[in-house]
Design a protein around this ligand. Structure first.
Ligand code: KG4
Ligand code: ZN
Length: 347
């Protein structure tokens, strides 16, 4: 029981502080996260300075939590994985400095991980309740869709990922969040739009779809966002409230249509038979339903990780870090946080 085979993982790239313990097979022994939604809600978006300050407060108590929950201690930790890029610089700084300090004190290696690689490899995580479907592995097609990202990757092998399509403007989650504020559902509103949409009609209103040309793998949501804002501005407030469910269903359908269509184009191009969707927006029930419908009809293996590994979480960072450290790819103490991915993270 006293094996030194665990990775302590730290994720602080945006507003969620998350700590996890992952073993050398990708099994998650414990994960604790602290949400800051209550702190940012009043501003209608994430305030970077408030996010970093709250990471500083939350991070070490969460480390204590994972040790208490798992019954493990520092003697069991062989290395530390931390999100070092991309993200909010001040937020990343808290995680990176914490990782370096803990690695130094405990005389163990640490590795900086790309947050998007974490999202992409989340389907490999296992715990008492979940494991990837039998036979799942590289190569696969991956859609990472969150509040900050909407990108399709060809995941060829560990460490080799090709970005084959990305948003030209807003991320899908951002579009959900802006719409939610406009219709009075508050921030962050993606999940609330999803809930309201369940009792609405998807074709009640006609919201535009962008970049529909066959084979175009890029996304665009800013036109939809502006259209929706203008549309709502012209609608009497009373009608807007009465038709809230229809508005949510129709708006959501425009986003989901675009995501599914681009996945279809990407699958036709790459011929890959395995598809994963990860990131906060993959919680969307309509997206999950339409993706499953498409995958079943096309004979594809679709993997949707459980929500605890889809939204921002440390376990996915631990998985990537575990694999990198096993290859001897520790980071130097001079590694700093970076708001952007490194050249070479993706090809
Ligand atoms: O991955 P994530 O936790 O954080 C990053 O943005 O990196 O994703 C958060 C995003 C927010 O935009 C939120 O509104 C959206 O995911 N989201 C959803 C749903 N649940 C969360 N969007 C649509 N439907 C949902 N059910
Ligand atoms: Zn994320």
């Amino acid at each position: 029981m006293n094996n030194k085979n665990l990775i302590l993982a730290i994720e602080t790239s945006c507003d969620d502080t998350s700590i996890a313990l992952v073993d050398n097979t990708g099994f998650v022994l414990a994960q604790f996260s602290a949400s800051q939604d209550d702190k940012h809600r009043v501003f209608g978006g994430i305030v970077p300075e408030i996010a970093s300050r709250n990471h500083t407060i939350a991070v070490l108590p969460l480390v204590e939590n994972v040790f208490r929950e798992s019954g493990k201690n520092w003697a069991n930790i062989s290395g530390i994985a931390v999100t070092s890029r991309p993200g909010l610089l001040g937020s990343l700084l808290v995680g990176v400095m914490t990782a370096k300090m803990l690695a130094l004190v405990n005389k163990i290696p640490f590795v900086g991980v790309n947050h998007l690689e974490g999202h992409l490899l989340a389907p490999f995580l296992r715990d008492a309740k979940t494991s990837p479907p039998e036979g799942f592995g590289f190569p696969f097609l991956g859609l990472v869709v969150s509040g900050g990202h909407t990108t399709i990757y060809e995941a060829l092998e560990f460490g080799k990922y090709k970005a084959i399509g990305a948003t030209l403007d807003d991320a899908a989650g951002e579009a959900f969040d802006k719409f939610a504020i406009k219709v009075g559902l508050g921030f962050p509103g993606g999940a609330k739009v999803d809930t309201a949409a369940k009792s609405g009609h998807v074709d009640a209103f006609n919201f535009p779809r962008a970049l529909t040309q066959k084979g175009n793998l890029n996304f665009s949501f800013s036109g939809l966002k502006t259209f929706a804002q203008d549309f709502l501005n012209k609608m009497p407030e009373k009608e807007r409230d009465l038709r809230l469910n229809d508005l949510c269903a129709s708006f959501q359908e425009a986003i989901v249509d675009q995501l599914i269509n681009k996945l279809k184009f990407a699958q036709e191009k790459t011929k890959l038979k395995q598809v994963i969707i990860s990131g906060g927006v993959s919680a969307n029930s309509r997206l999950r339903f339409k993706a499953k419908e498409w995958a079943d009809a096309a004979g594809l293996l679709l993997v949707l990780p459980p929500m605890r590994y889809c939204t921002d979480n440390a376990a996915m960072i631990g998985y990537v870090g575990m694999r990198r450290l096993a290859l001897g790819l520790a980071s130097p103490q001079s590694l700093g946080p970076s708001a952007r991915s490194f050249e070479g993270d993706f090809c």
